[in-house]
Ligand binder design. Sequence first.
Ligand code: PLP
Length: 407
Amino acid sequence: MESTAAASHLSLGDRDIDRAGHLLIQFLKDYERAIPTSAAILPTLNRSQLEELRRTPFKRAGTGIEAIFKEIQDKIVPNSTTVAHPRFLAYVLGPPNGIAPFAEAVAAALNQNCNFWQLSPAANVIEQKVIAWLSDLFDYPAAAGGIITSGGSMATLTALRAALCDKCPADLRETGLQSRSAPLVLYTSTEAHDSVEKAATLLGLGSNQVRKIPVDDDFQMRVDVLRAAIRADREAGKQPFCVVASAGTINTGAVDPIAELASLCREEDLWLHVDGAYGALFVLAARTRETLRLCGLADSIVLDPHKLLFAPLEAGCLIVRDRVKLRHAFGGISSYLPADRDPLLMNFMEYGPQLSRGFKAFKIWCALEVFGVDAFARAADPCWRWRVISKRDFKLRMLLSYWHQSI
Ligand SMILES: Cc1ncc(COP(=O)(O)O)c(C=O)c1O
């Protein structure tokens, strides 16, 4: 191909591939080995190095492979947070699993565009398989579907768009929100992650239409207050359309009363979305399986494989009970994309806002294949000890986290 020939000097020859491979393996081994003993959790910032990294202009002619690995070792690593450190506890950010760097390398080499299936048939079924596995964890029906996203925030944005399209009587695609006289209202708790309000503002709902329902002493959304708020909004001529519950709040790990919320949403004809970015994947752990499986009562669930599945950033996921509703929100007809229908394959561009999409599902699939499902259940189980059940415990945990970082 002409473009390949034009860029052939951007390829590596056999010797350079061997050299880069060797340096990469050496880097991975040294980095892993240093973590528990010599690596700092938070870097002591070397300001002059950072300034140099920022200011040094790119050279007209490259410096080659050896030099770039030296730069990584000398300047990037010492100024990076060691998220895989055993005492890195204050944030919900997991160490990447061991096969992840290799999976990322293969995904980059294949460079599949996961928009429509003709461009990426194997990637397509792998993404479907990962989504089906995640959906099964919550007993979602065969009609379920979803999409791998960059993270929980994008997944919630995607879910709320689907909720809007499902609950708005007019065709939202044509009329938008501008023509509506009754403001649409969304409910979540005071403990919900900021990504919920951010998604609502991005979708043009306005933060005034996001009701933050108070929580009880266990940080769970008060269903009685929610019920009253929905009634008051209807009486004021507004249109409630969605409740966002949390399965693992960012501050305390609290799980909202999903079953009660699901039944209220059914009564009120509201979309129930669960933000399970932090906690829903504790469905893998034996002690919490039954509690978290209830997330499957919702219309949609956000999961973050880059948290509890130890995938490297970025890997979020949205699963929906009925994939047709997701397609209704995002599907469209294009004159220049020859997207055929095939019962085995899907056009993921019709299930989310992106057209060009990378092969993020690959790193999740690879880890599940290499380590097996049980390994992830075993990894999730002890993590749950950080689940906190009261305001007193929460303060204690925050103190502990920061103390661990400083010793
Ligand atoms: C409960 C909760 N929801 C949403 C998010 C946002 O997810 P992401 O950072 O993957 O966009 C987070 C991230 O920590 C979270 O803990």
